[in-house]
Design a protein around this ligand. Structure first.
Ligand code: NAI
Ligand code: CS2
Length: 495
């Protein structure tokens, strides 16, 4: 039987089902991107508040691009689903009740989505749409007007397809109708995610109507957030394990994650907000130091492990961590090459690194290196390249960061260390394949990939120390493979 309000009582007694009256929970937040992460992060914070603080802040969920089936499944389950926290073989399950509605433009029409955003009770529009959803250029942080979805929305603003187009249209209609605006809150892994969101939305609005752009700038806020919880994409194996927790009840929307969760939020909301601090979030005036710490130490080492792990044949992050050379390299990267670039105060960074290493080792999580390796052209800047630029200015060593960049180059070249083909998933996959096909497998391949100016700044490309290091690592990866290259570098650094 599929999960629904009527059969919540069929779930095993160990599962924490909503103890609050779901009727009291109202749609006050509209979330774009009902993917794995949101289900186990922002929705859990809201569910804790409803359970422990009688909060009435609930969600309408929207998938703007893909994910039609998830929305249909959610609706078929009265918007209920389970989140399973996994630490090794230890599992804790909670049924989330704060989602009240769900919409998808291809099922309900884009007008239904826009109209829902006009409800004066919607105080926050939040999002987890991956870096791709923002249609921006990483090297500059500005909107990419060449993006086909942006071009479409400028030509037909009433029927938007992109996230910036949708938000501008909803705000435009609220302005015309005299409805006060909502706060726009990004929960994606980008540096100063609030600023990037504001940039693309203001640029989009200004192209249409400068008065609208000015109104948005004066009346809407775009708080930045640092979000953290490892929530891998579902695998058949994990789905089976989750199902075994649910007794006779089938949940098609369930998701598994690690127990750890962290959320640091810039406290800047124009129409109110839930009391997230009562569910463990930190509300601060400046999120940047937290974002930089997380993006560089966690995500930077994740990308290092993803590229170099995938090349060596490791399918999951916890498999990489069983290889002591990879574990040492990841720790060294965090503590000696990322930590020195950070401005955060009063955090014990070696302890933070040790905690990350333990989280990466969690055998309950099937976190694919392939998943983390995707969309590198939108991830490398904030995870690796910004730190390299700092080291170049300060004359400090950045070997492991350069090795990670070379690992990405080797990865997008399309063959792993055993000669097997790699399915490269990236918005610039066609361009990458072209650069690879038109270069030979040596220094010229590195030069070709460095010509990608949406990713590599001129400052980097013109720095011979950087290009020589990346080239040397690329050639070593080609000749010796990832594992031996890491071992040799560890040896050089006496790790
Ligand atoms: P997912 O693949 O499960 O979901 C992706 C979501 O993004 C879907 O809802 C999809 O509709 C939407 N989307 C994709 N492309 C889009 C586009 N061009 N325009 C609008 N919407 C688009 O991924 P997941 O795991 O939910 O992660 C999403 C993002 O959340 C990540 O990229 C990251 O920025 C952030 N995040 C994820 C964490 C994780 O461990 N999964 C942890 C911390 C942050
Ligand atoms: C990962 C992140 O997929 C990726 O690129 O590095 O999703 C990572 O799991 C989260 O940021 C952890 O909070």
């Amino acid at each position: 039987m599929q999960l629904s309000t009527n059969n919540l009582n069929q779930l095993p007694a160990t599962i924490k089902v909503p103890s609050y009256d779901r009727e009291q929970v109202k749609v006050k937040m509209l979330h774009l991107g009902f993917g794995a992460f949101h289900r186990a992060h922002q929705a859990i914070f809201a569910d804790i508040l409803a359970t422990e603080q009688q909060s009435d802040w609930g969600f309408c969920e929207v998938n703007l691009v893909g994910g039609e089936q998830q929305i249909e499944d959610l609706l078929a389950q009265d918007c209920l689903y389970n989140v399973v926290e996994m630490q090794g073989d230890n599992w804790q399950t909670r049924t989330v009740g704060v989602v009240k509605e769900a919409l998808h433009p291809t099922i309900h029409g884009i007008d239904a989505v826009i109209n829902r955003m006009l409800d004066p009770n919607i105080a926050i529009v939040s999002m987890t749409v991956t870096e791709k959803g923002y249609c921006y250029v990483p090297a500059t942080g500005s909107i990419d007007f060449a993006n086909p979805a942006i071009a479409h929305d400028l030509a037909s603003p009433n029927t938007p397809k992109s996230l910036p187009g949708l938000i501008v249209e909803a705000l435009k209609r609220r302005k015309v109708l005299g409805i006060a605006p909502f706060t726009v809150m990004s929960c994606d892994n980008m540096p100063e995610n609030g600023h990037i969101t504001k940039n693309v939305i203001l640029a989009m609005a200004a192209k249409q109507d400068i008065a609208l752009a000015n109104w948005i700038e004066a009346n809407v806020t775009f708080p930045s957030t640092m979000v953290d919880r490892i929530v891998p994409a579902m695998t058949p194996d994990t789905a089976e394990k989750i199902q075994s927790q649910l007794g006779p009840v089938v949940d098609k929307v369930a998701i598994a994650c690690e127990p750890f969760r962290q959320w640091v939020i810039e406290d800047n909301f124009v129409a109110g907000r839930p009391e997230w601090e009562k569910a463990g979030a930190q509300l601060v005036t400046d999120v940047v130091p937290f974002e930089e710490m997380k993006l560089r130490m966690l995500n930077g080492s994740h990308s290092f492990l993803a590229y170099l792990g995938y090349l060596a044949g490791y399918q999951y992050i916890n498999e990489c961590m069983q290889d002591s050379a990879y574990e040492k390299a990841a720790y060294h990267l965090m503590v000696n090459e990322q930590a020195p670039t950070l401005s955060i105060k009063n955090v014990d960074l070696p302890a933070y690194a040790n905690a990350l290493i333990e989280r990466f080792k969690n055998t309950g999580l099937k976190h694919r290196t392939w998943q983390i390796a995707m969309d590198g052209t939108l991830k490398l800047s904030q995870r690796l390249l910004d730190s390299i630029q700092i080291h170049l200015k300060n004359g400090q060593s950045f070997d492991y960061l350069a090795l990670a960049v070379a690992g990405w180059m080797r990865y997008v070249s399309g063959k792993d260390d055993h000669g097997a083909e790699i399915q490269v998933s990236d918005p610039q996959a066609v361009k990458l394949a072209e650069l690879v096909a038109n270069s030979t497998d040596d220094e010229s391949r590195v030069r070709a990939l460095l010509s990608l100016n949406s990713l590599f700044t001129e400052e980097l490309v013109n720095n011979s120390l950087f290009t020589e290091k990346v080239t040397a690592f690329y050639l070593s990866l080609r000749d010796n493979g990832a594992k031996k290259t890491i071992e040799a570098l560890n040896h050089q650094h006496t790790l």
